[in-house]
Design a protein around this ligand. Structure first.
Ligand SMILES: *[C@@H]1O[C@H](CO)[C@@H](O)[C@H](O)[C@H]1NC(C)=O
Ligand SMILES: *[C@@H]1O[C@H](CO)[C@@H](O)[C@H](O)[C@H]1NC(C)=O
Ligand SMILES: *[C@@H]1O[C@H](CO)[C@@H](O)[C@H](O)[C@H]1NC(C)=O
Length: 392
């Protein structure tokens, strides 16, 4: 019933230019930041893989909190013809920010007058749909997609569990269709990003085990989204890191890094995750560091990436190595004798020198070189420090 009423009203809203104006704004936002246009269009599985980047702070800075109004619009937009909407959005891009604001207020008044559903109600509709086992695959996907948009504001993310949403979305991680599993993981990732409360709830509901399993899938899309969710759950969260370790998450990462036939984006995401994990351990003076960091095979799988032909991956590997070197439990001699870090860094230096000759690579190569030097210094300091320590 709700759905029918809301749809009619949503359709009414969509013909107002205020909607289009808002969309234009959200599209501009997406273009300027290089994020996919999923605020307007359904996700395209091909470039969806770049969603949920594991680099700290990217996603959240972009969409810092949609109002309830926008949540509604996202929902309405999900039910409309994307091509048409995009066309309208283009037409109204000429509006000034003041005009847009004015229209936004008009729209808000319109919504209040017509008693449009709140975000909580919209989330409830989507959750109820997911609970309905006779729902078609397409409708299931749509319901998850609505939740993905709706959990963007932190207040909505905080409400998700209360409405029964987390349990239902975690249930979808076991769905037989890959795309449904991947999208469910993305919803969890988005809801728990920088949100300790939701992180805790998701972890308590036992999602880590299945997410680690998903990250071993053959589908790049599924692995990407699983890694996104995992990284949102372990970020600044030592309990999450502990669980990740217990579920053999590190050996999953190692398998990805050691498999050269896999998509390079998965290598990049995995090594960024390792850099994050090590960084978080660095900040936790009072806790024992995870035993994985004294595993030389694990360290070698990261160090080996220094010789990758992908400069971006090399750079991410350097960050990870630097953080690993700074940990108390890693041993300088393992990096030297087993991982051959000094040789690899020297090879990298030569490679970068060559790149610097090429005009279009020079600046980036210089940045990476300065990071490489930092790693080298950290390495030497660690060797010196550990050489002077009396073995116990
Ligand atoms: C479940 O979904 C089916 C198919 O969309 C629909 O016909 C049915 O009314 C739904 N049941 C409930 C309880 O919403
Ligand atoms: C590497 O990944 C491919 C694609 O997922 C998989 O088929 C293959 O078994 C993996 N190789 C190893 C050694 O794990
Ligand atoms: C990585 O893969 C190679 C061959 O594909 C294998 O010999 C090696 O033991 C693997 N290393 C790890 C750490 O799993």
């Amino acid at each position: 019933m709700w759905r029918l009423i809301s749809l009619t009203l949503a359709a009414a809203i969509l013909v107002t230019s205020a909607t289009a104006a808002l969309m234009a704004r959200s599209e501009d936002l997406n273009q300027s930041t290089g994020v996919g246009t999923h605020g307007i269009l359904w996700p395209d599985t091909a470039d969806g893989a770049d969603e949920g980047d594991l680099i700290p702070g990217t996603e959240d800075d972009l969409h810092g909190g949609f109002s309830s109004l926008e949540g509604m619009l996202q929902w309405a937009i999900g039910h409309s013809d994307p091509a048409k909407l995009k066309e309208t959005a283009k037409e109204v891009r000429k509006f000034s920010p003041e005009e847009l604001k004015g229209r936004q207020i008009e729209l808000q008044e319109f919504m209040e007058k017509h008693k449009l559903p709140s975000d909580a109600q919209l989330m409830q509709i989507a959750i109820d749909d997911l609970k309905n086992s006779s729902m078609s695959l397409e409708d299931r996907f749509r319901a998850l997609y609505e939740l993905l948009e709706l959990v963007e504001p932190i207040d909505n993310a905080n409400d998700l569990h209360k409405l029964g949403g987390l349990t239902v979305v975690i249930g979808e991680l076991y769905h037989s269709a890959t795309e449904v599993r991947a999208l469910a993981a993305e919803v969890l990732g988005k809801a728990s990003q920088n949100n300790p409360r939701v992180q805790k709830q998701v972890l308590e509901l036992g999602a880590m085990a299945i997410l680690v399993k998903m990250a071993k899938s053959c589908s790049v899309e599924e692995v990407t989204k699983a890694l996104y969710a995992i990284s949102a759950l372990v970020r600044n969260n030592l309990d999450g890191q502990e669980l990740f370790y217990q579920e053999a998450g590190y050996s999953m990462l190692q398998d990805i890094l050691n498999n050269s036939t896999l998509d390079i984006r998965l290598h990049r995401k995995s090594v960024s995750l390792i850099a994050d994990l090590a960084e978080c351990q660095l900040g936790s003076e009072n806790r024992e560091e995870l035993p994985i960091f004294s595993n030389r095979f694990f360290l070698k799988s990261v160090v080996d990436l220094v010789l990758s032909s992908d400069l971006d991956l090399q750079e991410k590997a350097l960050y990870a190595i630097r953080n690993l070197l700074l940990l108390r439990s890693t041993e300088g001699l393992v990096f030297k004798d087993f991982c051959k870090l000094d040789l690899l860094l020297e090879r990298m230096r030569q490679q970068l020198q060559q790149l610097m000759v090429e005009e279009n690579h020079r600046e980036y190569a210089m940045d990476v070189e300065s990071l490489r030097q930092e790693v080298q210094q950290t390495f030497i300091q660690k060797l010196d420090k550990q050489a002077t320590q009396v073995p116990t």
